[in-house]
Design a protein around this ligand. Structure first.
Ligand code: CA
Length: 251
């Protein structure tokens, strides 16, 4: 969504380029709340080049609304903002989404301001002027720890998967999965309702050096579907022609 013309509309909310870097198995959604157009554009372009989907907001109220209502993986938040200041926006985000990584961006370099930001629950703090590389490194560091990492259970479409005990249930019925089937299902549960290409699945579950010509993904999806099927309940993994697969969570 374009807000106050800050973002480059053509690419806002979409993945930049068709080949996201290998660091991420899917594009991360980043919200940039920054009123200075030049900085917002610079940050947006850089993050899009890293393969992220970027949304911008040019004032605190608009930014807060996006942070609270949209599906967002990380927020880059300026401190001095019209409408509502960054620290107040941070407080509002923390009240609702305590786990959401927020990287504060500010011209205020004093120790007091840094402490106020971090005390307010900022995940990290970057002082202007900054190089894009510095911001990108911090964004990468915080995206490397997805929110679900700490959760021991992944759940969708009636499936519950416990990462610690490696127990899997569908509608309360325990399923016996091989180690690879388990990893494959965990990957789908981490990306519900997303189209995942064969190559993405192969890379995430089998590793990048696996022969891309292999049909191992198809074979294991067949195994997994068979195990997920219950009477009257088809397996929730759809085949998307010439795209890949998707775990569908709608009833
Ligand atoms: Ca500002």
């Amino acid at each position: 969504m374009v807000v106050n013309g800050v973002c480059d509309g053509a690419s806002t909310g979409t993945v930049a380029g068709s080949h996201p870097p290998l660091t991420y198995d899917v594009a991360m959604r980043i919200l940039v709340i920054e009123d200075e157009t030049a900085i917002a554009d610079f940050v947006q372009r850089g993050l899009q080049a890293e393969g992220h989907a970027v949304t911008c907001a040019a004032d605190g109220l608009e930014g807060e609304r996006h942070a609270l209502e949209d599906e967002v993986d990380l927020v880059v938040l300026d401190v001095m903002l019209p409408g509502k200041d960054g620290l107040s926006v941070l407080a509002a985000i923390r009240a609702v989404k305590p786990e959401l990584p927020v990287v504060m961006l500010s011209a205020r370099a004093s120790v007091d301001d840094r402490v106020a930001g971090l005390d307010g629950g900022a995940t990290d703090y970057v002082t202007k002027p900054f190089s894009f590389d510095e911001l990108a490194a911090r964004v990468r560091a915080h995206l490397r720890t997805p929110r679900q990492r700490d959760a021991t259970t992944l759940a969708a479409a009636g499936i519950e998967l416990d990462l610690l005990s490696r127990k899997v249930e569908r509608d309360g019925i325990e399923l016996r999965l091989s180690a690879r089937e388990f990893d494959l299902l965990a990957y789908f549960l981490r990306h519900p309702d997303q189209a995942l290409s064969r190559q993405q699945i192969l890379s995430a579950v089998w590793g990048y050096d696996f022969d891309p010509g292999t049909n191992v993904v198809e074979v294991y999806i067949r195994y997994l579907r068979r195990k997920l099927e219950l009477p009257g309940r088809p397996a929730p993994i759809d085949t998307l022609r010439s795209v890949g697969y998707r775990l569908t969570t709608r009833a």
